[in-house]
Design a protein around this ligand. Structure first.
Ligand SMILES: Cc1cc2nc3c(=O)[nH]c(=O)nc-3n(C[C@H](O)[C@H](O)[C@H](O)COP(=O)(O)O)c2cc1C
Length: 503
């Protein structure tokens, strides 16, 4: 290497920018442990040169973060250096594997002799061998290969330079974005956002960079060919031993496939939610509209029935009674549909107040006996009030539902038993029938919406399968429990509990 002249004043001992950054394909070496080993080897070498060439000042720099050369070792008298403008020097790059680690240089007050340059060159070679012996070359090569093989992109930026430019981009980043590293070194990474700057992730990044902290965001970024990809960026600050920020490292993963699936799922969910809202609205409107004519049909049927009965036309009166009963059933079905749609949309509301379950159930039993004179309705009720906080209409609805199911699914025996008792701090109602029972393999689905047990359908007993679903929801909302015991051919007992209200 020929002797060069430099302005020794520029050779700032606190570190200098590499004289020709573009000719150095190296990346600054950041691992402090490796840097420490490198410094030890270099110090021994420069001391050796200074001992053999007493007139020269010897220095060695290593490439630190951001391709900035940092002074790593020095030896020899160098006070004269500051006073001189043009100083003859000779320098050798320290290359380990494919990577330039630093430089070793000797400055001389006089022109350097050939022997001196030969000595320096030999020492530089020995330094490289020594570094390799320390395993640094192997370590660097391994790390380089690991980084090169990674499908993630790795970016290092230098926040001490204006606009936090990229100082290193890994091969993975080049593959992910299509930008060769030479095209992007020196630029801020925001160029990947194109015009798509109004992103939540970008604001979060801006804040993280300003506060020198890490963050993880997903960004819409654009490859060199303009195509969109979703970039999951993990940003981490790198600090020195004093905790001061040196660099930012960004690890990028292309999560486009994951994001697109998520978006598709969200869109689908939105479509389903819209369809359900339309359905609920339809049921709600249809129910209200159907109820109005039904009320008129019932009122007129009852009026005409009474008249026919008075006139002695019993056959026609019986037919009108049938119309009235069918209209009542239709009304119940409409109510159930409305209830279910309100449950689905979360709009089923409860008017809660304190009430006594005893008299409420007395009424239900009385009405059942009046409506079903052929049925034996056993009513066993413990003494004492059963105060609960409940929506009276809804609890009556549940009790009536359980009783009418018991009647509906009774087989030959026209009997049912209703009991009300206290169990701890709960009021417990049970309704027992001796009917067809529920097959064991279907019991777990009995409270599902629209579910009907196989033997109920086979027996020709119609129904939409909504009553138990609604009852279960109502009791749940009251903080109670609804359950049953059943055996095919032996009958079922349905129970519900409600917490006794503390007065
Ligand atoms: C190490 C590092 C890597 C970054 N990588 C990306 C990236 O891959 N994609 C991106 O859109 N922004 C990336 N950024 C963020 C931008 O450089 C910039 O900080 C962000 O757009 C917010 O700042 P601005 O409002 O000045 O643009 C990275 C930032 C740092 C420090």
């Amino acid at each position: 290497m020929a002797t060069e002249h430099v302005d020794a004043g520029a050779a700032d001992t606190r570190g200098v920018q590499h004289p020709d950054a573009s000719s150095v394909s190296a990346k600054g070496y950041e691992d402090p442990a490796v840097l420490e080993s490198v410094r030890d080897v270099l110090q021994a070498s420069v001391t050796d040169i200074a001992r053999r060439l007493p007139e020269v000042a010897v220095r060695s720099w290593v490439l630190g973060p951001g391709n900035v050369l940092q002074l790593a070792a020095r030896a020899g008298e160098d006070r004269w250096l500051r006073k001189r403008a043009n100083v003859p020097f000779v320098g050798y790059p320290l290359t380990v594997g494919s990577r330039v680690l630093g430089v070793i240089a000797a400055f001389s007050p006089t022109e350097l002799s050939d022997e001196a340059t030969a000595l320096l060159s030999g020492v530089a070679d020995r330094v490289v061998v020594a570094l390799e012996l320390h395993g640094i070359g192997r370590q660097i090569n391994l790390q380089d290969r690991a980084i090169a093989a990674s499908s993630n992109g790795i970016i290092i930026s230098d926040p001490h330079q204006p606009d936090d430019p990229i100082i290193y981009a890994s091969p993975g980043f080049e593959r992910m974005t299509g930008y060769p590293s030479a095209e992007i070194i020196g630029r801020n990474c925001r160029f990947l956002q194109g015009d798509d700057r109004d992103q939540e992730g970008v604001s979060e990044l801006r804040a993280a960079v300003a506060e020198s902290r890490g963050c993880r965001v997903v960004l819409r970024n654009y490859r060199k060919d303009g195509s969109l990809f979703y970039n999951e960026l993990t940003l981490s600050p790198v600090t020195d031993r004093e905790g001061d920020l040196i660099n930012f490292i960004g690890i990028q993963s292309d999560v486009t496939a994951r994001e697109l699936i998520q978006q598709e799922r969200d869109e689908l969910l939105q479509r389903v939610e819209n369809a359900l809202a339309v359905r609920d609205q339809f049921i709600s409107i249809a129910s209200h509209e159907l109820r109005t004519p039904l009320t008129a049909i019932k009122a007129h049927a009852q009026f005409v029935e009474r008249k026919l009965r008075r006139d002695g036309n019993l056959d026609a009166a019986a037919r009108l009674q049938l119309i009235d009963r069918q209209a009542t059933q239709m009304g119940a079905l409409i109510s159930d549909l409305l209830d279910v749609s309100q449950i689905e949309s979360g709009h089923l509301t409860y008017a809660m107040h304190e009430l006594d379950l005893g008299p409420l159930l007395d009424q239900v039993v009385e009405e059942t006996r009046a409506a079903q004179p052929n049925f034996v309705v056993e009513w066993e009720r413990e003494h004492g009030p059963f105060p609960v906080r409940a929506d009276e209409v809804r609890i009556r609805q549940v009790a009536t539902n359980l009783v009418s199911n018991a009647i509906k699914y009774s087989s030959s025996e026209s009997r049912l038993r209703i009991t009300l008792r206290r169990v701890g701090d709960q009021a417990e109602l049970s309704v027992r029938d001796w009917g067809i029972g529920i097959p064991a393999d279907q019991q777990s689905r009995i409270f599902n919406r629209y579910f009907r047990a196989g033997n109920a359908t086979e027996s020709g007993l119609s129904g939409p399968g909504l009553g138990l679903h609604i009852s279960h929801t109502i009791i749940d909302a009251h903080g109670g429990r609804l359950w049953f015991e059943s055996e095919v051919g032996a009958g079922s007992t349905f129970y519900f509990t409600l917490p006794i209200a503390s007065s």
